[in-house]
Design a binder for this molecule. Structure first.
Ligand code: UDP
Length: 483
């Protein structure tokens, strides 16, 4: 293979959905900035959503590039239509043969692949190329899920709403049955997805995690020692986006003029604006959006609300806004300059780091959670699905940088959404977080401190910086050399 001095060559094979693809692209760019030769493997259509940031990195001298897997056009569209809304159930197995051919031809030192490509661990193992797994979560939620599976505390809960403690963890972590994924609550009916996914970590070189040690030290240790994972923490990866273009176009180009957003924020007092987003897959019922709108109006605090797409029922997008906004709502917030609604894709990083933003109402997706942490923002937590309820416990109960809106129901991507949280809860949470009360002030102080730690972790000598270097060194040490 390569000579001792040549850079380590790492392939990155991201999943096709926003919350997984976005951080993996950042990870590829981070390893390039540490001297590796990074190559992102994707389809021609998906490449379009991050090509520009890769071009900018190349222009600044980094060794990062894209290789596309060639597929008939209709299949590429099938995989997700590049709108960032591929659910974890999207089948990507049509990429298997093109991927194997590419790997066999190039024989990189290693490949980092997303666990949602369920077939990929086996396919890569058959080629004998070192394989690192990326699954998009932090260590805390992995530990919670592990111990839920191991001790099954929910089986002793007398009702869906009786809180139980997840045993064996460094902190007291409480959940209710209603907050658990359906495949844990009713594994027999749902074929238990994690089993279907297998354990891609088995027979791998290790795991790359978007997190940083100082955020969840006890859980990093638990994840490594108790759960037996070899892990490198290289996050928060969003911090590699340093210029305005990278921030504004991350994921995909924002559907709003970023100048409009920035001038709205510039006109506001420091820490006065609440940013609201439910991530890349958000699928809230119109009735729920209506409750949020009423709650926001009652709270009387400035806000930016990234609404995303609005669906009535699976796959059917709503065009008529009458059904999800109170009558005259938009005119009122426009005239009073109190709020901004973003339909479609928001430039989230630009918004979060603006000094006028003082709080983040989030669905607790792991990327959003970390991005809120980086921005030093206290949060209102509103988990809906995936591992978001675990992330809520980390934010609100362990780190104490957020307050819960009171979301109680885990909902799967395929379930018809409904209005699960009423306007009063929204109003109350916004007032509590954005007020100058002691509780909110303390939360804000802790969030700021954590934000500083996050930034230090990715700077030279920081924990994540060192982990990225350590992985590169380890990959070099196992390299097979040509004599
Ligand atoms: N995002 C964005 N603009 C949007 C919606 C989402 O930039 O309008 C980004 C957000 O910054 C984050 C990712 O999309 O990096 C969403 O990932 P997360 O893990 O928070 O949630 P998911 O979309 O996976 O539910």
């Amino acid at each position: 293979m390569d000579s001792k001095s040549s850079p380590v060559e790492i392939f990155f094979f991201p999943y096709v959905g926003g919350g997984h693809q976005i951080p993996m692209i950042d990870i590829a760019r981070i390893f390039a900035s540490h001297g590796a030769k990074s190559t992102v493997i994707t389809t021609p259509k998906h490449a379009l959503s991050f090509q520009k940031s890769i071009n900018r990195d190349q222009a600044s001298g980094l060794s990062v590039s894209i290789k596309t897997l060639h597929l008939p056009d209709d299949i590429d569209i099938d995989i997700a239509d590049t709108d960032m809304s591929a659910s974890p159930h999207t089948d990507t197995s049509m990429l298997q043969e093109p991927l194997k051919a590419l790997l066999a031809e190039h024989k990189p030192d290693c490949i980092v692949h997303d666990a949602f490509h369920r077939w990929s661990a086996e396919a890569i193992n058959s080629l004998g190329i070192p394989r690192l797994v990326f699954n998009g979560n932090g260590c805390f939620s992995r530990c919670v899920m592990e111990n839920l599976g191991k001790y099954k505390p929910h089986e002793k809960a007398s009702s869906d709403y009786e809180p139980f403690v997840v045993p064996g963890l460094p902190d007291r972590v409480e959940l209710t049955k209603s907050q658990l994924p359906i495949m844990i609550r009713q594994p027999q009916q749902h074929g238990f997805v994690p089993k279907k996914m297998g354990k891609p970590e088995v027979n791998s070189f290790g795991v790359v995690v978007n997190s940083f040690y100082e955020l969840e030290p006890a859980y990093v240790e638990y994840f490594k020692k108790e759960m037996g994972n070899k892990a490198w923490l290289v996050g928060p990866v969003s911090l590699c986006n340093r210029n305005v273009e990278d921030k504004a176009e991350r994921g995909k180009k924002a559907t709003v003029d970023e100048q409009q957003v920035l001038s709205f924020l510039d006109s506001k007092e420091p820490s006065s604006v609440l940013y609201i987003s439910f991530g890349s897959l958000a699928r809230l019922a119109p009735e729920q959006l209506l409750e949020i709108a009423y709650g926001l109006e009652a709270s009387n605090h400035p806000f930016i609300w990234a609404v995303g797409k609005i669906f009535r029922s699976a796959g059917k997008e709503i065009e008529n806004e009458e059904t999800w906004l109170p009558s005259g709502f938009e005119e009122r917030i426009r005239e009073s300059k109190r709020g901004l609604i973003i339909r479609g894709w928001a430039p989230q990083l630009l918004i979060l780091e603006h000094p006028a933003v003082g709080g983040f109402l989030t669905h607790c997706g792991w990327n959003s959670t970390l991005e809120g942490v980086c921005a030093g923002l206290p949060m209102i937590t509103w988990p809906i699905t995936a591992e978001q309820f675990s992330n809520e416990k980390l934010i609100a109960d362990v780190l104490k940088i957020g307050m819960k809106v009171g979301s109680m129901h885990w909902v799967s991507w395929s379930t018809e959404p409904w209005a699960a949280v009423g306007r009063d809860k929204v109003d109350m949470a916004v007032k509590r977080l954005m007020s100058g009360d002691e509780e909110a002030v303390e939360m804000r102080r802790r969030a700021r401190e954590l934000g500083e730690k996050a930034k230090r972790a990715v700077e030279g000598g920081g924990s994540s910086y060192m982990d990225a270097d350590a992985l590169i060194q380890e990959l070099k040490s196992v390299r097979k050399y040509e004599s």
